[in-house]
Design a protein around this ligand. Sequence first.
Ligand SMILES: [Zn+2]
Length: 437
Amino acid sequence: MDDADSRWAGGGLYVVDNVIRQVGPSSQLPQDADQTIDARDMLILPGMVNTHHHFVQTLTRNLPAAQDANLFNWLRTHYPIWAGLTPEAVYVSSKTAIAELMLSGCTTSSDHTYLWPNGACVDDQIRAAADMGFRFHAARGSMSVGESKGGLPPDYLVESEDQVLRDSERVLEKHHDPRPYAMTRIVLAPCSPFSVSRDLMRESLALARDYGVCSHTHLAETLDEAVYCREKFGRTPVEFAEELGWVGPDVWHAHMVHPSADEISRLGKSHTGIAHCPSSNMRLASGIAPVRSLQQAGARVGLGVDGSASNDGSHMLAEARQAMLLQRVSGNPAAMTAFQALWLATRGGAAVLGREDIGCLAPGMAADFIGYRLDRLALAGGAVHDPLASLVFCHPQAVDLSVINGRVRVKEGCLLETDLDQLVRQHNDLARRLVTR
Ligand SMILES: [Zn+2]
């Protein structure tokens, strides 16, 4: 995934601390490493970068009442349940989502949680990511316009705008690390045009730009949203974002399923970022995002698994596969190649998060890399012809190896330092309590 698209058979990486120093044939690398990882029979790739998620939704996957709903009804079903979230539920669900992401090949993720009831806060998520050794961009999400003011969420779930801005500033001061190879960065992320005010969109963006951090929201996801924006603001969702300054190299939008041709061109010129979430878009019947056109216009495009209640999995490699297949549905079998899908999942995602130190294996990049054994059943008869493409065309597999910031986090397919059985038990108890409370 470097600029030259370099590939090595019998290749290796030489890492010092948390940074890649050399990439090339193993025989030409320094032979004096303290630790050597034998990755024979594996395909090694840069760790994947997930650009959109809602970790807490792992607690409410495939709720029967929302299995077949469109976005607005899906949200209305979930809001009262999410109102029962607690700091513990946020912490445990974040660990669950991160465990699933890590095993699927993801080494960096953003999360966009936009409701903070019962004392829950971004800090609970940051602690979960730190405990797992996972690179994390925490988006401090928010909702401020409840039903009584014409918004979609119930009034009891929205925060005052003062509180949102005060807590955003607190989180920025406490957690944001602007340095290269940072493990924790902060993003400001009002939820969507139908749940925050214009004022909050403007003030949140201004605060983010003061601190030099990125801004994120949901935009142009469904046709319902387009109707809402037309009726409420007299604009399309993209025009609404543009009016508020919500475009540019420090902004990314989740979904962008329904931009017009002119809007695609403008989003490209401003280098706005897009988190493409193919599984979620299929699950909620939102549509097919024009990701190749957006990319060709100059937009930064990455992949997002989206919340686990609208996918309902946190599997990055599966998402790359969905991205490739979904682009083909409308009639062109070459609309997206396996390589292009993996590029979106790595380089593309890094660009969306505004990072130049991850997403590619090259000297000076963070030591974030993953390995898949190629001699496994699902790839039999595939990897022998084209190992890279087999990862995307064949059934998506879990990683055998994951190294994040120079530390081995998955070895022989097992998450080190996490008791998965216990985590799943704890998560399921919380999930049951949340829906039956
Ligand atoms: Zn989302």
